[in-house]
Design a protein around this ligand. Structure first.
Ligand code: PEP
Length: 261
């Protein structure tokens, strides 16, 4: 069974003290009401907070800490970059790759995303591959083609052995308050599910969790969490607020993977 997920992308926000305060407030509040196994939570803080947050949570905590970025080389003279080994030794278990801000602000193309994905898998970390079309692609009826190209280039030559997630995040929905129509999110998640079934095997595809991301809030999360091919959400803005992220995580836990309610 796929455990539903509430993943928090903090981007370039919060001080270290604010990040630690979030841990003190969020974790006890989450598990006071719901079972530890009912939702997988991963927080992607700024990189310098990975280690202190992991320490504060403790090794046995069910909360994962992830990295927002990685470099595709194994090690060496790459000033300012971080390898999989560095991230894992600091306490990260997951890595975001292909986020629209990395693609569109930092200029990462599909090939770079693929090289990073390969590094994540080789270094035994769990990737959260973000895919999604721009508004002009959707308006031109090309949303699926864009997502298919992103998937095909990223996964070329790769195998999934230790878990992977794919986040469908339409670029125009990220940080804009304009969340996608649930019908469109389900249609794309269904397409991603069948693409991964063909590319890997149906058994492997069934282990890949598909998240929706793009202006998720406590008010709209249940519309997505109940969709058959969506296993949770990647949340940006609303994850910065403890209360809002708690509401989102609880709503996801209650609905279950691929929306059973
Ligand atoms: C994101 O950064 O992945 C994201 C979905 O942001 P927001 O929830 O703010 O749209």
């Amino acid at each position: 069974m796929r455990i539903p997920c509430a993943y928090a992308n903090w981007k370039m926000n919060k001080t270290l003290n604010e990040a630690l305060d979030f841990v003190y407030e969020f974790v006890p509040a989450l598990f006071s009401d719901i079972n530890e196994g009912s939702v997988g939570v991963s927080i992607f803080p700024p990189a310098p907070y990975i280690y202190p947050m992991r320490q504060e949570l403790g090794e046995d905590s069910p909360i994962f800490i992830g990295a927002q970025n990685i470099y595709y080389e194994k090690e060496g003279a790459y000033t300012g970059e971080m390898s999989g080994n560095i991230l894992r030794s600091a306490g990260a278990s997951h890595v975001l790759v292909g986020h629209s801000e990395r693609r569109h602000i930092m200029g990462e193309d599909n090939k770079t995303v693929g090289r990073k994905l390969a590094r994540i898998l080789r270094d035994r970390l769990i990737p959260v591959l973000c895919v999604g079309e721009q508004l002009r692609d959707r308006e031109a009826g090309k949303a699926r083609d864009v997502v298919e190209e992103q998937l095909a280039v990223a996964w070329e030559g790769q195998e999934v052995t230790g878990g992977a997630l794919i986040a469908y995040e339409p670029v125009w929905a990220i940080g804009t308050g304009k969340n996608a129509e649930p019908r469109d999110a389900q249609e794309m998640a269904d397409f991603i599910r069948s693409w991964t079934s063909r590319f890997f095997t149906p058994e492997t595809a069934a282990t890949i969790r598909i998240l929706y991301g793009g202006s998720v809030s406590p008010e709209n999360i249940s519309q997505y969490a109940r969709l058959p091919d969506i296993d949770g959400a990647l949340v940006g803005g609303a994850s910065l607020d403890t209360k809002q992220f708690l509401e989102i995580a609880k709503a996801i836990a209650e609905t279950g993977p691929g929306g059973t309610v």
